[in-house]
Every structure is written in C-alpha cells, then in structure tokens.
Design a protein around this ligand. Sequence first.
Ligand SMILES: *Cc1c(COP(=O)(O)O)cnc(C)c1O
Length: 386
Amino acid sequence: MQKFLKRAYAEIHLDRARRNVEKIRSLLKGDTEIMAVVKANAYGHDDKTMARLFESVGIRYFAVSNIHEAVRLREAGIKGEILILGYTSPEYAAELSRENIINAIVSEEHARNLSLAAQSPVRCHIKIDTGMGRIGIREDTPEKCAEAIEEIISLKNLKVEGIFTHLSVADSLDKGDVEYTLHQRDFILKVWEILKGKGINLTHLHFLNSAGGTYYSDERSTLARFGIMLYGLCPNYCLPLPVKLEPVMDLKAEIAYVETLKKGSFVSYGRTFEADRDIKAATITIGYADGYSRLLSSKAEVLVHGKRAKVIGRVCMDQMMVDVTGIDAKAGDIATIIGKEGNEEITADYLASLYGTIGYEVVCGISKRIPRVVIDNGEIVDVLEY
Ligand SMILES: *Cc1c(COP(=O)(O)O)cnc(C)c1O
C-alpha cells in the first residue's frame, strides 16, 4: 500500500462512479449521450482521474468551465470532445483550435470578437439564455434568437456545431418551476425547429443537466450534461432521485488526541462550547483550511467506530474537536467525516443542509491540502498528494 499522509484525506471510489454512470444511463431516452461535467477539478474529485474513468466506460463528451481545465484533460490523454461551458476570452482563439476544444459563444459580441481573433476555425456551441440570466443569447422570441444564431454562423472562422441552454429550476417540481422549465425547454426546441426550417442542421442541441436529465429526460437533447449525479450527490437533497447513487468521495481524518474534560470545561476558540457533564473529547486533524466549513461548528457529526460523534466548539483551521463519550476512541484511529460506517452515514448533501448550502459546495470546497486517494474495488490505485 502506498504511503500517504493520513492526517486528512479523501477517498475517491472509482467502482462507485462506474455504477453511477450505469444508473444515469438508465434515465436517458433515445440516443441522448452523457456529457460528463468535470469542471472545478471534477467537483473536487480530481478531474484527470474522473475524466479517464468516464472515458473508460464509453463517455465521449466532457464539459469544463474554462480553457485551463480543458487543457488539463488533453494532458490527461482525454480524446473525447471537450466543451467549455463558460466564457473564453478571444485571446485564446489559437489554443482553442490547437487543442480541438469546443467553445461556448456567450453573446453576439463574443462571437464577433472571437471571429476577428481567430486565424483558424474555432469549434463552437452557441449558448442561449432561456431564463437563467447568466450567459447566452437572450431574445424575446425564438424567431429573433434564430436570426442572431444565423448571423453568428455566417462569421468567419467560427465552426458552429450546436446550441444549448441551461435549466435553472429543473431540480424543483413546484408547479411554477415546472412551467418555467418547460418554457425554457420549449424555447430552445422552437429555435432548433426554426433553424432546421432554414436548412441549418447542427449536430447538437442540449438542455439537460443532472436535474433535467432526471426529471425532464428528453431524446431531443443530444447530450445530457451530468455533473453532480456522476459523483453520487443529488441536485436537490430534498427531492428523492429515481435511482440509487453512491457518493464517490469519502472524507477521513485521524484522531490526534483523546482526553477527558470535566464538567464546566470549555472547548475551542470563543468558548462557545461548555461541557455540561464530564465528557471524552477527541481532537481530529481536519479543519476549515481543508474545506470543512467553520459553519459546521457545534452542528455536524463525524463517525468514529461506527458511532456518531458531535463536533463541539468552533472548527479550527487545521483541527476540530468531537464528543466521543462512550466510544472506544484513541489517538491514531481514523474518523469518517463524510462516508459510511456500518449503518451510519454522513453525506456531503447532509452536511450542506446543516449550514444552508448544497452538496456541490461541500465537495468542491475540499481543499488542495487533502490528498485524493483513488480506490477501485477496495484497492488503492493512485494517490494524488499536494
Ligand atoms: C455545472 C453545469 C452543469 C452540470 O450541472 P449538474 O447540476 O452538476 O449536473 C451543466 N451545464 C452547465 C452549463 C453547467 O454550468
């Protein structure tokens, strides 16, 4: 077994991700293919590792947030198509061509500037803003939108291969939100029809993210841009998924110290925790600099020997304390911060719910200092240490 610093580490379980891909495929209709979203270091799971895994199970499309992330995938040997979902400055036109990366056109102005900057064809998917209010061509009617697209297609050195949009409330099944989502979907479908009517046949039309692909699966979307669900988390923790996914990342940390604290003792900065009885406290070597939010102070739990142990007092930068009264904990034991032990489980989604965020932010926030230990069917296959 490869040696690595066990102070605090994330296990990345490839076998779980493989099973998630199969479950997600079962949700798709017609010829819709998964586009694996591996932006932000694959939501903290290590982008090169995850992209290689996805390619090995037949995924041919990848999405990232910027050109650096795209180039990292090429460095990792990824042969599939790579789409940058966000804005890329026209300064990077040459790199886009050279690395064979597909660029998102975020506005007509962006298209014109990119066209002027490009010396050779740049592959593009045009983003349409149907209600997200972030990036994309925004027009009142599908007719006007199709006209704007036609103009962009006519620009020199842009090779437009598709159009796409982003659903903003596909993770809610409230009546108003469903109407909103259907409006977003119908808008881009109409744009597609109009373009076809004009003899413009592009290869791709895509509008599904994880929530969309789950609750609005649609064979007319050639691609479904799945991110969070590939990693086994939910787009919306409150809404059950029709398939059972497995969180790919477990987070663990070592116990450094165990002591008995007398009733009336205080724990951590600010004296926010006072023992109301004699307790056994353990100090664990993980803190907010590792991405374990300080907002979880005195709120969250960890697992020690299969039992839940509550975080007591403020989470520090590199350490935190938990109440292990009644648990046979000792220095050197490994605590599970995110993951399963026996019948107990702590998920990133659950931690997120404790401090008012989403599982996405929890896993993306696991910092660089945390080694990623890649595991396949129980065997360590790689260790990525900062
Ligand atoms: C991040 C992102 C996705 C993936 O969203 P998930 O909810 O993680 O599936 C899809 N499309 C776009 C444009 C994105 O920015």
